[in-house]
Design a protein around this ligand. Structure first.
Ligand code: ADP
Ligand code: MG
Length: 684
């Protein structure tokens, strides 16, 4: 008997080679395979006599093979296998390419089921590359809602589907960790049934119910974990940080006026800081809305009152940028800043320090604001009077941050401010983050010009290059983003390096072209960013590492190669790197194949400038109603929760409330407790 904890090698039909391929998908155990849910389904449930079929439909055909042939096409490498299948009412031709072994398994006289999209050719009805199975074993690949999985090279849908079917009986051993009273009150589908249904749904209604269960899971666990964390944090008070007049002086001296939203947010934060109850606030604002300065005001206020601030950035480039920005902001004051990342430790931009010396200063209270990456979360960093923790791009960090939150001055809990550009509706934010307080920057600073977004056909690249030339002559900067390569990091590096060479040698012979990718040392990355910012290399060819947060107000062109490969959320983040000043900016979506121009997704992207509008579009097009397909391009890195509707959110919140009311320490629900702990250990 197979069991959940068994290696996938125990599944009949999995040898070393297949096991290795499954490993590449992160599938090591039988349980992993069961949790590898389909990303979409093909609806092949329509099984009709051939005479009643219509061209263009997704269909399943049952018939007897009349004839099988296999031949080499004129192009040397192509083998074509054809089968004629009849059911008494008509005949369909099935065609496969490069599957010569098929002619061995298909033989004339056998009855088979074939599923695919019906087309017409000069020879009559045709199914191209249908999935098929013998009638005697039917029920998995045809004649139903057929699951489609995420694959790696050399694995086929057919194969993975068959393996899942073999592993599926083990699902019965999965414990449903949802407390029994929640199950009975919500009438939500039991876990085992949901997992079985997700793989092999018997109907759309069943599939909908199963989807609802896994969405519920995701939300329920996150909401519960957030509530528990917040309760734990609330057990020790926060230091009350009084409003400092310096803060006002700082705002008055800024080169621009704060927007109304920035003022409101800053004021809400300052009021929170004054309380002994720890602040737990999310500052949400679209790319370029000016969240950094609001965080800066909070940090300045803390330091004026004698408290330290930790500012966490998701990447090294961003940590450097924030450090430089804040150093400029506070150039004439008494605020002492430091930068602590794996590669760099600085006290000010002028003086380097060893990491140990810097940590010593932090522990002595000799620095006020420390900007850093994950490094700041290490236990070797101790604080003298930590009063405020700011986390930029909240969604990139997991729950690790909580460790640090117990690290406040004299056993207190520091105040927490998260910054996020992720456009999620208020009700979803509250559910995911556990009833935090929200401040929203709804408008951009005055004087911003809308970004013009244009789709560029493969032959029109020169147009883009000419515009870049003109922009650079005017003192502006341009990003060129290289395509994502399937082969992973190494392939990306190769591609971006080659592209930079090509652009420097063939196109922009008179303009210095910089290079940026994730595999460069942090020192080189920072240098590349600085050279770009200062204008030494006014063109930067980069992978999507510049995606988050990078702020170069002089940048006015964002050219994205193979734009069709990026999700909407990523495109929006990339586009957000331009249009950050009064200068008009352009975003080019450069396509490999002009046919993708018709892609409604890209068209929509050219129409909407705001992240909220895009997220709404994204939700609507993939929305809760879209059961058959589900791209993972979403704005949050969640598997299902993004698609939740208001009713489900309400159900989740009520259920969590019930659970905590009945069993505040989860003592009666050990399986649930384990699940929540798992969530806190493995962020994201
Ligand atoms: P994000 O919200 O994406 O993090 P930033 O904080 O990086 O945005 O700000 C984007 C740019 O806008 C920065 O160059 C910043 O100096 C500028 N900025 C911020 N607030 C204002 C304002 N009120 N008026 C004009 N420019 C502003
Ligand atoms: Mg930012």
């Amino acid at each position: 008997m197979l069991s959940l904890d068994d290696s996938i090698r125990h599944i009949p039909g999995v040898g070393n080679v297949t096991a290795e391929r499954l490993q590449r998908l992160g599938l090591a155990k039988v349980a992993d395979l069961l949790n590898h849910f389909p990303t979409r389904y093909e609806d092949f449930s329509k099984l009709l006599p051939i005479a009643e079929l219509r061209v263009g439909e997704q269909v399943t055909v049952r018939g007897t093979i009349q004839l099988v042939s296999s031949r080499r096409a004129r192009h040397r490498r192509l083998t074509i296998t054809e089968a004629l299948v009849s059911d008494g009412t008509g005949t369909v031709k099935a065609v496969w390419f490069n599957q010569p072994y098929l002619s061995k398994s298909l033989s004339a006289g056998n009855t088979v089921l074939l599923a695919g999209k019906l087309t017409s050719s000069s020879y009559g009805l045709q199914l191209e590359h249908p999935t098929w199975e013998p009638e005697s074993k039917s029920g998995l690949h045809t004649g139903r809602l057929v699951p489609q999985y995420r694959l790696t090279a050399n694995l086929t849908q057919h194969q993975l589907r068959a393996l899942v079917a073999r592993a599926l009986p083990c699902a019965h051993a999965i414990t449903d960790w949802l407390p029994a009273e929640v199950l009975s009150e919500t009438k939500i589908m039991p876990l085992v049934e949901a997992i079985t249904t997700l793989h092999f749904p018997s109907s759309l209604t069943q599939l909908r119910a199963a989807r609802q269960r896994v969405t519920f899971n995701e939300l329920y666990l996150m909401h519960l974990a957030a509530k528990l964390a917040r309760r734990a944090l609330g057990q020790s008070p926060a230091p009350a940080i009084p409003f400092a007049l310096q803060t006002k002086g700082f705002v008055a001296k800024l080169p621009w006026q704060l927007t109304r939203d920035q003022k409101v947010a800053a004021w809400q934060i300052i009021q929170d800081l004054g309380r002994t109850q720890p602040m737990f606030r999310l500052l949400q604002g679209d790319v370029g809305s000016g969240k950094t300065v609001v965080a800066g005001i909070a940090a300045l206020n803390a330091s004026a009152a004698g408290f330290q601030t930790a500012l966490l950035a998701p990447t090294e480039i961003l940590a450097h940028q924030h450090f430089t920005t804040l150093t400029k902001f506070f150039a004439n004051g008494k605020t002492r800043l430091a930068l602590l990342t794996r590669g760099h430790h600085e006290l000010t931009t002028a003086s380097r320090a060893t990491a140990a010396a810097l940590r010593h200063k932090i522990s002595q209270g000799a620095v006020d604001i420390v900007v850093g990456t994950h490094t700041l979360l290490q236990s070797s960093v101790t604080w003298q009077r930590l009063g405020l923790v700011v986390i930029d791009e909240q969604h990139r960090f997991g729950v690790e941050q909580r460790q640090m939150l117990t690290n406040g001055a004299g056993g207190t809990t520091p105040h927490l401010l998260s910054l996020s550009a992720t456009p999620i509706p208020r009700s979803l934010a509250l559910t995911l983050f556990g009833d935090l307080d929200l401040s929203i920057l709804a408008s951009l600073p005055v004087g911003r010009q809308p970004i013009t977004t244009t789709i560029v056909a493969p032959d029109d690249r020169n147009h883009v290059y000419n515009l870049i030339r003109i922009e650079i002559a005017q003192g502006n900067r341009a990003f060129i983003i290289c395509p994502l390569i399937d082969e992973g990091d190494a392939g990306d590096v190769q591609a971006v390096t080659t592209e930079r060479e090509r652009l420097a040698k063939e196109i922009f012979t008179d303009i210095p072209v910089g290079l940026l990718h994730g595999k460069m040392s942090s020192r080189d990355k920072v240098k590349a960013m600085n050279d770009f910012k200062q204008g030494a290399t006014p063109i930067l060819v980069s992978t999507s590492v510049v995606e988050v947060g990078v702020d170069v107000p002089e940048a006015t062109v964002m050219a994205i190669e193979n734009a069709e490969r990026f999700g909407l959320a990523q495109l929006h983040q990339l586009r957000g790197r331009v249009g950050r000043s009064h200068r008009p900016s352009t975003c080019f979506l450069m396509l490999d194949d002009i046919k993708t121009q018709a892609q409604p997704r890209l068209q929509a992207f050219t129409r909407y400038n705001s992240g909220f509008a895009l997220a709404e579009y994204d939700l609507k097009t993939r929305g809760p109603g879209d059961l058959l397909g589900q791209a993972q391009s979403g704005f949050l890195k969640l598997r299902f929760a993004e698609l939740a509707d208001a009713k489900l959110l309400e159900l989740v919140r009520r259920s969590v409330q019930n659970t905590l009311a009945h069993d505040p320490e989860l003592t009666q629900a050990p399986a649930l407790r384990a699940k929540v702990n798992e969530l806190s250990i493995h962020p994201e």
